[in-house]
Design a protein around this ligand. Structure first.
Ligand code: PRP
Length: 201
């Protein structure tokens, strides 16, 4: 048995769409079931549903062997995991966004303090950061900050709040991550799972 940590939400929907679109439907029936259960077992694979930032924690500790997670999460925080490969879904990017006429960026609100800090440090821009846990688009609208550093996927959250992208920072993709020990001790089961989800041929 192997355990795979998934994150419910947008990345999970992208994963199901990718599998359906590529005829890789072996796990989809179980994964698409509407339930509040936090795990499901299909044959030899136990899927657990965690919050995105917790997926690498489960994988690092070894209670999950594999994880599917956005590259934003493993860029923001360092984990002792194997970063196995990029996956062909979950594309989005980080941007600095603000009201259209914003000229100066002295105060930035973000969920991603490390990514934002590295970006402004590399640009030698003196910016103070405010940490928020979500809905960061509110901050420039209410005057809490001059702008935000956040993920943009469809762009509709920015549009619906009258904000625009001022600068693109980095691309984000889904990634397959693995526990450093069980990737080798459970090699056969892991190999057949990643083959089933189309990561290798
Ligand atoms: C993310 C991100 C943006 C939004 C961007 O938030 O922080 O708010 O998605 O997506 P879009 O470009 O397709 O509109 P999420 O929905 O994860 O919730 P959060 O605001 O609570 O972080």
């Amino acid at each position: 048995m192997i355990t795979v940590a998934l994150t419910k939400g947008r990345l999970f929907k992208d994963f199901l769409k990718y599998m359906n679109g590529n005829g890789l439907t072996v796990y989809n029936e179980a994964l698409e079931e509407e339930t509040r259960s936090l795990y499901t077992v299909v044959d030899n694979v136990k899927f657990i549903f965690a919050k995105g930032p917790d997926v690498p924690t489960y994988v690092e500790s070894g209670v999950a062997d594999l994880g599917i997670v956005g590259s934003d999460i493993i860029t923001e925080e360092t984990f002792n995991i194997l970063n196995v490969s990029q996956l062909p879904f979950g594309e989005c990017h980080f941007s600095v966004a603000a009201l259209p006429d914003q000229q100066e960026f002295k105060v930035i609100a973000t969920k991603y303090m490390n990514i934002a800090q590295t970006h402004f440090k590399n640009k030698r821009q003196d910016v103070s950061l405010i940490h928020l846990n979500g809905s960061v688009e509110l901050a420039p609208l209410l005057g809490l900050s001059d702008g935000i550093v956040d993920i943009v996927q469809t762009g509709s959250t920015l549009r619906d709040n009258g904000l625009v992208e001022h600068e693109e920072i980095m691309e984000v993709h889904a990634r397959l991550i693995a526990n450093k020990r069980t990737f080798y001790t459970k090699e056969d089961e892991i190999y057949s799972f990643i083959k089933e989800i189309g990561v290798i041929e």
